[in-house]
Design a protein around this ligand. Structure first.
Ligand code: GAP
Length: 561
């Protein structure tokens, strides 16, 4: 076991979430919703740069999934059509889909602090075995949510003091308890830990010292009565927790003037069901043949018990989902194809392979109707060195169509002319978070650089960059603003460009570095003589002169369009 932090200067591990959030606020990517009223937990607004970034990601997905989908495993052209279904559907939809009965989180409250968390995160509690003290003497100095396969361990780091904890660990060096490995958190990726959460005591960006205070998970078959004995993860006190209560994650509302059970309806918790509802409509109106897909991008709402980690888990978010309908005998082939294709797609947007991984769910994690599910995971700064979910690719069998057929009475079977067979197709579902994808783009792009005036730049893939180019007249006189204005007017019809005439040129470059603008064109005295402009490249800060007439083709080569 190594106890030192890995050397990862420019990976998510070296980036601080606080710095990323501050930049996003400062430059207008993301604002807390209802900020002037004190905010509202779990809701976010996308500012001028954020909405461009989100739209770029959305448009790239739509282009690469619907307009120009990839070739299938046998090299054939795929057919994927689009859809935009209503957010509010007949409430029976959510009974059929299982969301009314099953989309619940068991919730536990700390009676004293009124803090709340998910009981299924409490599959084990951590005890620090200390030669001289009992657990009750100790204070909680940090919490970590550690996922190991299906088991989520909400670990409380307890110790009389940090110093004593370290001393104990260095002398006792416990390796395992009850047959369970003890995790040194820097070694956790190999052990399969995917998420760390809520570290309370941190020392700057290197929480190594705290993490070295090893957590010893002791698995408990948690039953309701056990909650009396489980120490609160917030205070360490026993007897402070309530028994778990089921909490449905769907947001409720009412249609029409009467607010009663009859008028109850739900904001959709996923975009997927709208696709299943329209399966027959699409078959009947479009020239599509199985295998084919239906794709949708849109808002989804979940009354998450613990929204957290910035926009990672919010209560209102956007999804990009595609249901790919195929014959049961080919489902495995399509599943393998989509898992690989989706992983490759995120890489194509400039996300480094080191920060992405595929994680196959183990059997215990699968929904009862699903035979396989894999996540595309990203190494977020708050999960690093572990990974957290970005997209899930699920083999849903024919569960949803079967359910809707039974509950609605509509006949949803597809007639396959080639096979001369009626059947309910099986479904492979790549389901990505659009808002979460934006978070990944932001975390990946954030690049500290002490050499620059801004000390940081956003290294967006040009396809994703919210501003593709900036145009600066060196000074606001001598005809330079007029030349800049003309170039700006030409470019803006094709690209998201900005004209910036204020402040000195260094400050203008710094602003664009923080916005992640790949190219800046400056009109200076020489432009007026020989019609050349300087172009500065974001990542290298290098500059060259090109003819002003070539600016369009220069951008087209590098950005497309
Ligand atoms: N139709 C399947 C489905 O909805 P999911 O894993 O619950 O599956 C798919 O959601 C994706 O939606 C996730 O991988 C994640 O990117 C995103 N997502 C889910 N809940 C979210 C939340 N509360 N906030 C932000 N994104 C979320």
């Amino acid at each position: 076991m190594s106890t030192t932090a890995p050397e990862t200067p420019n990976t998510s591990a070296a980036k601080s979430m606080e710095d990323i959030v501050a930049l996003c606020k400062r430059r207008g990517f993301i604002f807390p919703a209802s900020e002037i009223y004190g905010g509202i937990n779990g809701f976010w607004d996308f500012g001028p740069l954020g909405v461009e970034l989100k739209n770029n990601l959305r448009d790239a997905w739509w282009h690469d999934m619907v307009r120009c989908p990839p070739a299938g495993p046998d090299g054939e052209m795929l057919t994927i059509v689009g859809l935009d279904s209503a957010i509010i559907q007949n409430p029976k939809v959510w009974e059929a889909s299982g969301h009314v009965g099953g989309f619940n989180d068991p919730m536990v409250d700390d009676k004293e602090t009124k803090q709340r968390f998910r009981a299924d995160h409490l599959w084990g509690v951590v005890q620090l075995e200390h030669p001289d003290r009992s657990y009750d003497d100790m204070v909680v100095i940090g919490n970590a949510l550690i996922s190991e396969g299906r088991a989520n361990l909400l670990c409380s780091f307890v110790a009389p003091s940090l110093g004593e904890a370290i001393e104990f660990l260095e002398t006792a060096k416990p390796k395992a308890v009850n047959g369970l490995r003890i995790h040194n958190v820097w070694d956790v990726p190999e052990a399969g830990v995917s998420r760390l959460d809520g570290i309370l005591l941190r020392t700057g960006d290197t929480p190594k010292t705290l993490f070295d205070c090893v957590a010893i998970p002791v698995p408990l078959a948690v039953q309701e009565r056990d909650f009396e004995y489980i120490p609160s993860p917030f205070t360490g006190k026993r007897g402070a927790l309530t028994a778990p209560r089921q909490f449905n994650l769907m947001f409720k509302t009412h249609r029409g003037v009467l607010e009663d059970d009859e008028s109850l309806c739900y904001l959709r918790p996923e975009t997927a069901q709208g696709i299943f509802l329209n399966f027959k409509n699409v078959i009947d109106t479009q020239r599509v043949k199985v295998p084919f897909g239906i794709a949708q991008i849109g808002k989804a709402f979940r009354n998450e018990v613990t929204p957290r980690n910035y926009i990672f888990r919010s209560r209102e978010f956007e999804q990009m989902e595609m249901e790919f309908f195929c014959h049961e005998s080919e489902a495995k082939k399509w599943y393998d194809f989509w898992v690989q294709t989706r992983l490759d797609w995120w890489k194509s947007l400039g996300i480094s392979a080191d920060n992405l991984q595929r994680r196959d769910h183990d059997a215990a994690e699968l929904a009862h109707y699903s035979t396989a599910c894999a996540d595309v995971e990203y190494r977020y700064p708050f999960t690093s060195p572990g990974f957290g979910e970005l997209e899930g690719i699920a083999h849903r069998g024919c569960f949803d169509l079967t359910q809707h057929q039974e509950h609605s009475g509509a006949k949803l079977a597809y007639f396959d002319q080639e096979r001369n067979e009626h059947y309910l197709p099986h479904v492979i579902e790549p389901a990505a978070g659009l808002s979460r994808g934006v978070l990944v783009l932001l975390c990946e792009a954030y690049t500290p650089d002490p050499e620059r005036p801004s000390k940081v730049y956003m290294k967006f893939h040009p396809r994703m960059a919210p501003i593709k180019a900036a145009i600066f007249p060196l000074v606001a006189k001598e005809g330079m603003p007029e030349v800049a204005q003309k170039l700006y007017d030409e470019l803006r019809t094709k690209y998201a460009v900005q004209l910036d005439v204020k402040q000195n040129i260094g400050k203008r470059y710094a602003r664009m570095d923080e916005a992640g603008t790949p190219y800046c064109f400056t009109i200076d005295g020489q432009t007026l003589e020989d019609q050349t402009v300087t172009v500065r490249e974001r990542d290298t800060s290098s500059q060259e002169r090109i003819n002003i007439d070539q600016v369009g083709s220069y951008l087209a080569e590098r950005i497309g369009g």
